[in-house]
Design a protein around this ligand. Structure first.
Ligand code: DQA
Length: 145
């Protein structure tokens, strides 16, 4: 098995499918992870998916990922807009990082327009819906050669 790509989801994304479906869609996080696992298998990747509502836990997982994963796809949820600590953790990570937002954040409230994480991200995706996870995975496969 190849070194896994970590799909990391931050706060409130456990409620995908229930929370603001007009913005985030009807698919659940489980649906997203299942789809990603299938795509990963097709393209010869291995994925590991984690979600937490807690900033420190996300940071611990990013630290752990330094030696155990080939790349990170991260949807930091609202921490995108507030967390210098998550940015610092990602700055200590050497592999490719893709920042992903289900919604088109730039069309939403102005407080969602700024991302700390973008300073580190190799690519930023917003507005592709949950389909973005699959696209990010395919892109990271390209980056990893
Ligand atoms: C989000 C956008 C953030 O602004 C928001 O706080 C989220 C989800 C997205 O996926 O569109 O929780 O990251």
């Amino acid at each position: 098995m190849s070194t896994p790509v970590l799909i990391l989801n931050g706060p409130n994304l456990n409620l995908l499918g229930e929370r603001e479906p007009e913005t985030y869609g009807a698919a659940t996080l489980r649906d997203v992870v299942e789809r990603c696992s299938r795509v990963a298998e097709d393209i010869g990747l291995n994925v590991e998916a984690r979600q937490s509502n807690h900033e420190g836990r996300l940071i611990d997982w990013i630290h752990e990922a330094r030696t155990t994963t080939a790349g990170i796809i991260i949807n930091p949820g609202a921490y995108t807009h507030t967390s210098i600590a998550i940015l610092d953790a990602l700055n200590a990570y050497d592999g490719p990082v893709i920042e992903l937002h289900i919604s088109q954040v730039h069309r939403r409230e102005s407080f969602r327009h700024h991302s700390y994480v973008s300073r580190r991200a190799d690519a930023v995706m917003a507005g592709f819906g949950v389909h973005g996870y699959e696209l990010a995975l395919r892109h990271i496969a390209t980056l990893l050669g």
